[in-house]
Design a protein around this ligand. Sequence first.
Ligand code: G1P
Length: 314
Amino acid sequence: MLAMARRVTKAVIPAAGLGTRFLPATKAIPKEMLPVVDRPAIQYVVEEAAGAGLTDLLMVTGRNKTPLENHFDRVAELEETLAQRGDEEKLAAVRAPQELADMHYLRQGNPLGLGHAVLRAHQHVGNDSFGVLLGDDIIVGGDELMREMIRVHEATGASVIAVQEVPMEDVRSYGVVSPRLVDGEPERVDGFRWPCVRLAELVEKPEPEQAPSNLAVLGRYVLRPEVFDVLEQTAPGRGGEIQLTDALQVLAKNPDIGGGVIALVFDGRRYDTGNKLDYVKANLELASQHPNIGAELRAWLRENIDQLAGPPEA
Ligand code: G1P
């Protein structure tokens, strides 16, 4: 039996990507700074981590990402001006990001892939289990998901990833997993809010014909520190990049190294804000729940739905 894991308080947020899917909006600002309703996309991810008790955060960034550091730092002049005006609401909004977590930053250096970005965090993370949250994913209720993933990790000692069913034609955009089978049935790990299964295999961005399932890896992970040793040995894979999925495949195949890999099958809503359509959907969903503008937006949508939606596509 593997030693039970210690409390997880650290997380790595890879944020070095160029954001080419969103040009020209991301020509001069990082994609993580695009606003979703009233906050930059990255703030949702940091709020989610903090909400799950991950308060020691390392962002792995790159060139042109200084706005991220500025966003989570104090701006004394702005705070003074708002305080003098007595604008408590805006003052609280300006202060919120810097109070969420203990933020650390590291540049990735060479853009060698997600696995490489995570490996760069080794020194900061040390010998503890840690979370990884990818900045492009906004998950509605994500702090609950992350908290449950930590619970699964603490109970089993395994690395834990979140997966979700996607249409088969979309698997080529994701890491894809297949469960370990016992007597022909997926090996379940019971007792958690969402179904959990032990994994046999993970493949990065397969063609649908080669995909072992349509269970796609979401950008949320709770990893054992053994993943660093595996990443050190991981050769470039899909797209010539060092893939986190490939390192997890080694952990899944060799449970004696790091306790194996468990996938939690999440059924909630998730948006990839690096994708234009998903970005608009995320804005609509979060705006329609917003305390200040939600009710008005919902009324406006109901009034204009026919004109907005138009006739059904042929
Ligand atoms: C990364 C991972 C992939 C995962 C995806 C989730 O890919 O490599 O396994 O399914 O995030 O968003 P990316 O979207 O960075 O290409």
